[in-house]
Design a protein around this ligand. Structure first.
Ligand code: TRP
Length: 443
């Protein structure tokens, strides 16, 4: 068999921006504000921050280290570093990616539709009816198909020519848009009230197991952890990249975008007295309350709304790319398909699996609970145990290009003890909720 040369990133900044692109997405600008509103405001934000740094950064570093050590996508990488039985975890990762992208693309499709709406006709005068009629049905299906088509076409372009090139343009654009929006929002009447809800924790709300598991789940989803996306991106890295530094940079950037998204959403929502709507928890909240607020601002609102949805769409696209890349690279590595076939075949399969989500919000919510919450946390738990306790010399790979031996020892301790304990609590909580939801949906 001829030896194949593995693709790779062109530059360090290209890798960083692609990983940030994976992390920053609907999770930051849509799920984070809604999770914050749903779980008590500022207390949740604080716990989320803690979870990003105590659990998120260490797990990301673990994924990076496995990916670069093996230089293979998840299935082959786990087999190579830990033995054949651990390949099973790789299959779970690929399945999780399938399910997440299937519904993620439907929501990204809504975003596409709202972007066009802002551009062509302005937001509808009755936002909830508009959402209800556009979130499901043939229209939703068409946007889902178009979005998957765009995602596939970039992944077909390859690691350097497709993913890296897109990220180098799109990520700076997104940062610029979201910071601009946050500055604009600061000048809205009522901004103060929004900030207060967002940034001033009420004592006593902090320490519930429910808020904790919500914050941890949000951190995993937002940082793209628990299904091998970061592992796969790191498998395209050169040998002497500083992995701890990269994990920190990516996580800080991801938190920053989520934080700025909150600085946009809460002042806007509070300025128009729509607070009640956002905490009425449903996947559609932001797609109803934000356009309602933008509508009341007249022409300026239409422009600002357009910018917001463009930023959301950009984030969704670079995240979807990473989800499809996990599946695609597994097909390339394990079944020796060429990239175009692998991306097209898996992309179409994912699109089909997403069809039910384009017809029912209940099904969409179910996919999110099972894959976007439960499987991610399980996937990260098993990986932490594997890296902490099973693979030989776990520090060897992360030591390259990084100086502080004490921090490295601290990392290993967190991966061995702290992460498994916290995740066990979260798995219990989320598992309970998922079982209830499955029961309720089936009955
Ligand atoms: N992190 C992305 C977001 O916040 C979504 C995403 C991309 C993802 N790749 C992932 C989530 C892998 C979990 C696992 O929108």
């Amino acid at each position: 068999m001829e030896a194949r040369i593995r693709e790779g990133w062109g530059t360090r900044i290209g890798f960083i921006l692609a990983a940030v692109g994976s992390a920053v997405g609907l999770g930051n600008m849509w799920r984070f504000p809604y999770a914050t509103a749903d779980r008590g405001g500022a207390a949740f934000v604080l716990l989320y921050l803690l979870m990003v740094f105590i659990v998120g950064v260490p797990v990301m570093l673990a994924e990076f280290s496995v990916g670069r050590r093996a230089r293979l996508s998840p299935i082959g990488a786990l087999r190579a570093v830990a033995g054949p039985r651990w390949a099973a975890l790789g299959y779970v990762y690929v399945a999780t990616g399938f399910l997440i992208l299937a519904y993620y693309s439907v929501i990204a499709g809504w975003t596409m539709r709202y972007t066009l709406e802002a551009l062509l006709s302005g937001f509808s005068a009755s936002p909830s009816e508009y959402f209800e009629h556009s979130a499901t049905g043939i229209g939703a299906l068409m946007y889902h198909v178009v979005f998957m088509g765009v995602t596939i076409s970039i992944v077909v372009g390859g690691v350097k020519g497709g993913i890296e090139r897109a990220s180098l343009v799109l990520m700076p654009l997104l940062f610029f848009l979201i910071v601009g929006l946050a500055i604009w929002a600061a000048f809205q009447p009522g901004a103060g009230e929004g900030y207060q809800f967002y940034l001033r924790p009420e004592p006593g709300k902090l320490l519930s197991a429910d808020t904790l598991s919500g914050a941890a789940g949000q951190a995993f989803f937002s940082l793209s952890l628990g299904m091998g996306a970061m592992l796969t991106y790191a498998s395209y890295l050169g040998r002497d990249e500083n992995l701890p530094g990269s994990a920190a940079t990516v996580s800080v950037s991801d938190f920053a975008v989520a934080f700025f998204a909150g600085l946009v959403v809460f002042p806007v929502i509070f300025a128009f007295g729509l607070h009640g709507e956002i905490s009425a928890s449903s996947v559609g909240t932001l797609f109803i309350s934000l356009p309602a607020a933008f509508l009341k601002m007249g022409a300026a609102g239409r422009l600002v709304g357009l910018v917001f949805f463009v930023a959301l769409l950009v984030g969704a696209l670079t995240s979807a790319i990473s989800l499809l890349e996990v599946v695609t690279s597994s097909l390339i590595d394990n079944w020796k398909l060429d990239r175009a076939r692998a991306a097209l075949g898996s992309g179409i399969a994912i699109m089909l699996i997403g069809v039910p989500c384009a017809y029912s919000l209940d099904v969409l919510g179910l996919y999110d609970k099972i894959a976007g919450e439960f499987l991610l946390v399980v996937g990260a738990f098993v990986l932490a145990v594997l890296v902490g306790w099973r693979i030989p010399d776990p520090l060897g790979e992360v030591r390259k290009g990084f100086a502080s031996e004490r921090l490295l020892k601290g990392w290993l301790w967190v991966i061995r003890v702290v992460v498994p304990i916290i995740l066990a609590v979260v798995i219990y909580q989320v598992g309970k909720a998922a079982v209830e939801l499955v029961r309720a949906t089936l009955s």
